[in-house]
Ligand binder design. Structure first.
Ligand code: AMP
Length: 282
């Protein structure tokens, strides 16, 4: 695996790969890699000639300064994991280089970036879109891989590609979970072992309440159950629980026959903010 540290190094490597006619898969990450990230890398390695992974803790997408400052960093472990799954290139730029001569991109997402996570993390998706658009431009991937854990991010990136007419496939990948169900996240490292145990209640409650839902039911009742039960667990402070359309993410109020609905939630566990979702079919 080769390490690329600067935009210039990446651009010249990318030209070389282009001349050889190689199909490139791309996995953007913020590092502190775990099995969730690695599942995306494995998929890319199996579906492309070359896989490029970026590790860049993008300051623009953090609405909370202390979250940015405490974001875990473990380059040695990241590099060892990427080597172990035959990643070809890792791009590890610094912020000045990424945002040199680039101020971001302006797109009207018709509200998609302002609801759910966008409501609680002001400016978050603007930061995500800014960095992903820049990385797409540099890496020019054929396929790009994103986790369904960040369901709204995946929806926003699909819209970015559509609105900008980019010739890039956006591949959504299944959520990888810890033993007791908690969605893997780099931020889980900041949980105590008790908090980590308690945090598995997010998916447990999502499963419990969604399994009781039937066609014709009002979803509000079930989000209220989720919020109420969640608040009973010490250190858990739910911010939202919403049932949405899988593409527009518009809120679904009543369950209709033959519909697919995503149940999305954002919950604080102590000082760590966690998100999760499940896809429901009726
Ligand atoms: P991050 O480093 O948090 O920006 O994540 C990089 C990519 O990995 C994003 O597309 C995430 O959705 C994805 N990812 C993070 N955690 C998981 C997980 N538990 N399962 C699947 N994909 C994940």
């Amino acid at each position: 695996m080769e390490k690329l540290h600067t935009v210039d190094e990446l651009v010249s490597k990318r030209e070389e790969l282009d001349h050889k006619g190689l199909k490139v898969g791309f996995v953007p990450t913020m590092g502190a890699l775990h099995e969730g990230h690695i599942s995306l890398v494995k998929k890319s390695v199996s579906e492309n000639d070359i896989t490029i992974v970026s590790i860049f803790v993008n300051p623009k997408q953090f609405n909370d300064k202390s979250d940015f400052e405490n974001y875990p960093v473990d380059y040695d472990n990241d590099l060892a994991l990427l080597e172990s799954v035959n990643c070809d290139y890792v791009f590890m730029p610094d912020g000045k280089d990424v945002y040199n001569d680039y101020n971001g991109v302006s797109i009207d997402f018709n509200g998609l970036d302002k609801i759910l996570e966008g409501e609680f993390r002001l400016g978050h998706f603007q930061g995500v879109v800014d960095v992903v658009y820049r990385l797409f431009d540099l890496v020019k991937p054929y396929n790009s891989y994103f986790g369904q854990k960040d369901f709204q991010q995946l929806a926003v990136i699909k819209k970015l590609v559509e609105y900008k007419g980019l010739d890039i496939n956006v591949v959504g990948c299944d959520i990888v979970r810890e033993k007791h169900g908690l969605a893997m996240s780099s931020r889980n490292e900041r949980l105590t072992s008790t908090q980590r145990n308690d945090a598995s209640s997010i998916i447990e409650l999502m499963k419990k309440f969604s399994s009781r839902m039937k066609i014709g039911d009002s979803t509000e009742e079930f989000s209220n159950y989720f919020m109420t039960e969640m608040k009973k667990i010490s250190e858990m402070r739910p911010e939202y629980c919403v049932f949405c359309h899988p593409e527009s993410l518009e809120e679904i109020k009543i369950i209709e026959e033959n519909s697919v609905i995503v149940m999305c939630g954002g919950v604080w566990c102590g000082g760590v903010r966690l998100i999760d979702n499940i896809i429901l079919e009726f």
